[in-house]
Ligand binder design. Structure first.
Ligand SMILES: Cc1cc2nc3c(=O)[nH]c(=O)nc-3n(C[C@H](O)[C@H](O)[C@H](O)COP(=O)(O)OP(=O)(O)OC[C@H]3O[C@@H](n4cnc5c(N)ncnc54)[C@H](O)[C@@H]3O)c2cc1C
Length: 404
């Protein structure tokens, strides 16, 4: 995203300097694995060569979802996942002369990032979102409404509650328009971004005897059904979900934790994967978002909520807690930064929502000179809950805890 927007160079996205691999005796082989022969412990590449392994770790990530839309494979139609997708954006949407309008299909995290990317190059965007409010299967309605407004404030033509029917080609087999299923409206465009989610990139495994469902099935040790074959990251699917987590989690930090875990195992220190408390973060145009613990789109039966929103409508926090025990269960914060370590500790120690409110100053992680809203938040909480909580002064000391 930030490479296209000119904030970074591609080299800045590489995890290590190019000399790192050789120095650490890691052989990089560039090639596309076409099939896996687990009986002979051999990988077969598309270039007709092969490689034998003692242990195999499958970490092939995701691919963009396509749902069989007519025209989904035309030129100028693509997802946003791989480096090749980024390269193709420079071909089909380098500026608003070549690309007079882009249509984005699918309102999730990648869709909104693609919208921001085009916006940075002044390319008009129509954003087709199937749901009636942005990402409302994940976000509670208040946060979802805030992001709808943010999208519109950035001059994106947001269409809620609509589906793509088809993509129409010009005489050269390139996308020239899309048709909306509900209304039949045809929208002229030069680029179509397919961002209706991702799924595990495991097609090349289908011919092997490694068991797959949506992803490569693994146990808590990230082992597949075949000895010496493991799977980690976006392409791995837990046979049994861990707590309330989804069996496939396509986020970078869980992928990293899985990598650290499997590294221990293949070095004869067999470890189970323990991802700890759920957290995530993203940015929706100018609004930063973090979540710690669980704040579902709809509260569960035992849950109660506290919501505070700034009068400007671009900052909010949403706390979720058990209405019987008052145990804190999770927080969403938008436009206010909150400290991961703080909430991780609160969740582990099963503290109450009242404790969180009392120590909000410790939770805050905004940069210097940002306006603080803790007093406002505490006052609203006291008013709604009939409590007399006093905000404690900041006392947080950074702690370092191991990841796994
Ligand atoms: C636009 C975008 C924004 C995102 N933003 C966030 C975010 O804000 N926060 C977050 O937590 N996550 C985010 N993600 C998700 C995050 O990038 C992924 O969860 C993470 O990269 C997964 O890591 P991985 O190692 O499992 O797979 P990947 O990083 O996808 O790596 C897979 C690798 O396998 C290679 N490969 C695939 N098939 C084969 C084959 N057959 N043979 C050889 N090599 C193959 C690919 O070329 C690639 O190099 C974002 C993703 C995208 C696309």
């Amino acid at each position: 995203m930030y490479v296209y927007m000119g904030h970074m160079k591609f080299e800045h996205t590489q995890p290590y300097e190019n000399w790192f691999w050789k120095k650490n005796r890691i052989d990089l082989k560039f090639g596309f694995v076409q099939s896996v022969d687990t009986n002979n412990k051999t990988l077969h590449f598309s270039e007709d060569d092969s490689l034998q392994y003692d242990k195999l770790i499958i970490a092939t990530g995701s691919k963009s979802n396509k749902f069989g839309w007519p025209g989904q494979d035309l030129e100028g139609v693509q997802g946003l996942y791989h480096k090749q997708d980024l390269d193709n954006l420079e071909v089909y949407a380098p500026n608003n002369k070549v690309c007079k309008r882009a249509v984005i299909v699918g309102g999730g995290l990648i869709g909104i990032e693609l919208a921001e990317m085009f916006h940075s190059r002044k390319i008009p965007v129509t954003f087709l979102v199937r749901e009636n409010s942005f990402w409302d299967a994940v976000l509670p309605k208040e946060e979802s409404a805030m992001i709808n407004k943010e999208i519109l404030n950035n001059h994106i033509d947001l269409r809620l509650g609509v589906n793509l029917k088809e993509i129409i080609a010009d005489d050269n087999g390139k996308a020239k328009s899309v048709v909306i299923a509900e209304t039949g409206e045809e929208i002229a465009c030069d680029f179509v971004g397919l961002t209706a989610g991702v799924s595990p990139n495991v097609d090349f495994i289908k011919s092997s005897n490694i068991e797959i469902n949506r992803g490569v099935l693994v146990n808590r040790y990230l082992e597949t059904n075949i000895k010496d074959v493991y799977a980690i990251g976006d392409c791995a699917e837990q046979r049994e979900a861990i707590g309330q987590r989804r069996p496939i989690e396509a986020v970078w930090y869980t992928g990293r934790m899985m990598g650290e875990t499997v590294a221990q195992t293949i070095c004869d220190n067999r470890r189970s994967y323990n991802p700890g408390h759920w957290f995530n973060s993203a940015k929706f145009f100018d609004i930063e978002y973090q979540t710690y613990g669980w704040v579902w789109a709809q509260p569960k039966e035992n849950e109660a909520r506290f919501y505070w929103e700034h009068e400007d409508g671009n900052k909010c926090i949403h706390l979720n807690y058990d209405k019987n025990t008052r145990e804190f269960l999770g927080i969403n914060n938008f436009g206010i930064r909150m400290r991961h370590e703080f909430f991780d500790k609160i969740l582990t120690e099963k503290r109450s929502v009242d404790h969180v409110i009392e120590h909000l100053a410790d939770a805050n992680f905004d940069p210097e000179f940002y306006k603080l809203h803790e007093k406002d938040i505490v006052a609203k909480f006291n008013q709604e809950n009939n409590t007399k909580i006093q905000l404690k002064k900041k006392s947080w000391k950074r702690i370092f805890s191991p990841q796994i």
